[in-house]
Design a protein around this ligand. Structure first.
Ligand SMILES: [Zn+2]
Length: 63
């Protein structure tokens, strides 16, 4: 009996990131197409063609 595990592999996920400047945590979309700024003015996520660049500490990956 074959057991088949189907593991969904979404291209995008939510990340909990922490601002390297002020330590404020927030949830962001890993494939954000818009620039995300922290309240302190630090840019946390830079959008690019296929994925976002995270300029902050990734605390954890949320499902
Ligand atoms: Zn900040």
């Amino acid at each position: 009996m074959a057991k088949k595990n189907i593991i969904p592999n979404p291209k995008t996920k939510f990340l909990l990131i922490k601002c390297i400047k002020c330590g404020n945590e927030r949830k962001v979309f890993s494939a954000s197409t818009t620039e995300i700024k922290c309240d302190c003015g630090q840019i946390l996520v830079y959008p690019s063609a296929s994925k976002a660049f995270i300029e902050a500490k990734v605390v954890k990956v949320l499902n």
